[in-house]
Design a protein around this ligand. Structure first.
Ligand code: FHN
Length: 689
């Protein structure tokens, strides 16, 4: 009996031990800054990567039934039924694909990582998956593209990374369906089954291909994905592969195409501005701009709108100067080649990087707010700081003015000058003036190295804070600087402030159109560059005379496939309705539709008003037939604003909006002299009787 009890006890203890040894999932959402910094280090130093959008959509290459503007979205934008689209599987045979060639082109261009579409929205997998036959192994090619590419990357010391779409237009358990897929009911769909499918494939992607750098999620914007799913998926991936980096599209915190993560509990290690570069860097925020070389992510054989090499090199410098990464896209052809135009640009970028990569890799954001002639990146050196001055506009007199810098220059030379001949750097008031050769070594971007003692001691120009750049009666202006022991002097007559100019002492009242120029001084000597703002006095637009009005707006509903706002006046609306507000409820489908709202808005008092639209996709707002907000284009929820001076009374308001595919929403806000931003209420919207 005793033996039996001991056996039972041992079994229980062993079972408890076993259970306790099971690794409890780690919650990585509260990771320490030190751990984050360690994990992000290689990515932050890399600064430059290659995006690759490749899949079945490369076969039609943009063409479908006479239309030529398609690309990776073609299954949706051309409304191709599943069975028709599946036929591409039998055609996909990229016999000219050579992973080593691709990786070498990326490496030679100076790119440190590659992000390739393991699965885009169409659901096709470029890798050998045990969980679907809609993958590369079902094609005549029958080779695991991602395996070949990851092997080539590991061989060349390039980080291989996966783009993976949460949105899946093919999987039976993914919802929502496309609005036009009337023959595919959602009835049986179980979204949680889809999530299991996605997790299983992610496990394949992070476990079967060796060292992986980044999981780049996308397609997170449809209503079925949520913050809860996003945080769970983030932790799921990190528990599979703790050192991996994951973008913010794993969750729902991304603020449209601007790409940064909204304030709140959202998962993701870096922001993802798309086709745009933030106006400034954001201290302590990791972000990466992804961008096409022409206008399409996937291959479109008709797209000849290629960005110049000059533009791409300067974008790389601009992004690095703001502390961001640049993920530059290539859309390969169906037979596995990079387009010639991409190859040409990659080579030329590589030539520039061969000489100047020190000014990109491992650099930090510029200490200057603005430089009229180019950009700046920086890195620490033993005696102080190395400033890389990216000179786009070479000074005709050969004198490069580096404004507002109070450091002592230690050494100055051209980065591309093998002999590093020293250049003269002399102080002139707040600036260091560097004597340059009359001609630049590189017309696109010649990097001048300025080594200075200590950390950068930069006096950026003061900030001229004002509510608007226009006013109707008077406006208060505040001029300030974040620097200590300086005084700010300013002029209102267009002259450059000097030691005798007025010193800022509190807010300044402006009651006529004025040019304000301000500058920082220390001991009566200028220590910053100047800043200039023109503030204009305007006459508010008079109200329109209207006899009688009724509440609500006139609303016209349209359907069509647009990539930007159409000229609705040239189209026949499917229906004319009356709406209380800018409401989309009367749409007949979730995709491919547009609205034009027209009516009157009652303005409470004379003043300057800001209007905003926040929309997915594009929208515009007109007041009295003047375009005030232009938020056009294909994008996720994204806000734009505009300003106009209006007299009290009724004014015409017109809002146009279109939705292509995916999420859809429209919000219209305004603010005025006595109220903060708010949604335009129905109570101020009318239409003529
Ligand atoms: O819909 C995708 C698009 O096809 C492409 O993959 C880009 C690249 O970031 N992301 C989405 C659009 O925002």
């Amino acid at each position: 009996m005793k033996k039996l009890f001991n056996y039972f006890l041992q079994t229980v203890i062993l079972a408890l031990l076993f259970i306790s040894c099971q690794q409890k999932p780690v919650d990585y959402l509260n990771e320490s800054k030190e751990d984050i910094d360690e994990r992000m280090e290689w990515w932050r130093e890399a600064r430059f990567g290659m995006f690759i959008h490749w899949g079945l959509y490369a076969i039609p290459a943009g063409d479908w039934k006479g239309e030529t503007n398609h690309a990776e979205w073609i299954r949706t934008t051309a409304q191709i039924p599943l069975d028709v689209y599946d036929e591409f599987v039998d055609e996909f045979n990229p016999v000219k694909f050579n992973a080593n060639d691709w990786v070498k082109m990326a490496k030679d261009a100076g790119m440190k990582y590659i992000v390739i579409t393991s699965k885009h929205h169409d659901g096709f997998c470029l890798f050998d998956s045990d969980y679907t036959d809609f993958d590369i192994m079902s094609t005549p090619y029958e080779r695991d593209i991602l395996k070949e590419l990851s092997d080539a990357c590991h061989k060349e010391g390039i980080r291989i990374c996966w783009y993976h779409s949460i949105m899946d237009w093919r999987h039976p358990d993914y919802i929502p369906r496309r609005g036009w897929e009337v023959d595919r009911s959602e009835g049986e769909a179980d979204f949680n089954l889809y999530i299991s499918y996605m997790k299983n494939q992610i496990e394949e992607l992070v476990n079967n291909y060796g060292d992986i750098g980044v999981l780049w999620f996308d397609g997170e914007w449809e209503g079925t994905w949520s913050n809860e799913y996003g945080k769970d998926l983030y932790n799921y991936v990190r528990n599979l592969y703790p050192d991996i980096i994951i973008n913010n599209r794993v969750d729902v915190g991304r603020s449209g195409m601007a790409g940064m993560t909204r304030v709140g509990e959202y998962a993701g290690d870096f922001g993802t501005p798309e086709q745009e570069i933030p106006s400034t860097g954001l201290a302590g925020v990791d972000w990466e701009t992804c961008m096409t070389m022409n206008d399409h992510w996937g291959y479109n054989k008709h797209d000849t709108n290629w960005k110049s090499t000059e533009d791409l090199i300067r974008k790389l410098a601009d992004i690095a100067s703001k502390g961001g990464n640049f993920l530059l896209n290539v859309g390969p052809t169906a037979d596995g080649l990079f387009p010639d135009e991409s190859i040409e640009r990659l080579k030329k970028i590589g030539n520039w990087m061969d000489v100047n990569s020190d000014a990109i890799y491992k650099t930090e954001a510029s200490p200057f707010k603005i430089l009229s002639w180019g950009r700046c990146t920086q890195t620490s050196i033993p005696l102080g700081t190395r400033l890389f001055l990216h000179v786009f506009d070479w000074p005709e007199d050969g004198l490069l003015k580096v404004p507002g810098i109070y450091n002592q220059p230690l050494n100055t030379f051209l980065l591309a000058d093998v002999g590093r001949s020293r250049l003269k750097a002399e102080r002139m008031e707040d600036a260091l003036i560097i004597k340059l050769p009359i001609t630049p070594l590189d017309e696109i971007n010649t990097v001048v190295v300025l080594d200075v003692a200590g950390k950068p001691d930069i006096n950026n120009p003061p900030v001229i804070e004002r509510e608007h750049d226009l006013f109707i009666d008077l406006i208060m202006v505040n001029i300030y600087s974040d620097r200590d022991n300086i005084e700010i002097r300013y002029t209102v007559d267009g002259l450059i402030p000097d030691q005798n100019s007025q010193v800022v002492n509190g807010k300044i009242k402006i009651n006529e159109t004025t040019t304000i120029i301000a500058r920082c001084f220390r001991n009566n000597k200028p220590v910053s560059d100047t800043v200039m703002v023109v503030i204009e006095k305007v006459i508010p637009l008079p109200p329109i005379q209207v006899d009688q009005v009724n509440p609500g707006l006139i609303c016209r509903y349209y359907e069509g496939d647009w990539n930007s706002l159409p000229d609705f006046a040239s189209l026949e609306p499917l229906k004319n309705i009356e709406e209380d507000n800018f409401d989309l409820e009367s749409r007949m489908h979730d995709d491919y539709y547009g609205f034009e709202f027209e009516g009157l808005i009652q303005i409470p008092e004379d003043g300057v008003y800001d209007f905003y639209t926040d929309s997915d996709d594009g929208s515009r707002l007109f007041i009295d037939d003047s375009l005030v907000v232009d938020n056009d284009g294909l994008h996720g929820m994204h806000m734009e604003e505009g300003t106009i001076a209006l007299a009290s009374g009724m004014h015409k308001i017109r809002v146009t909006y279109f939705e292509k595919g995916g999420g859809d929403d429209l919000k219209v806000y305004y603010d005025g002299p006595d109220f903060d931003r708010m949604a335009v209420p129905a109570s101020v919207l009318f239409k003529p009787k």
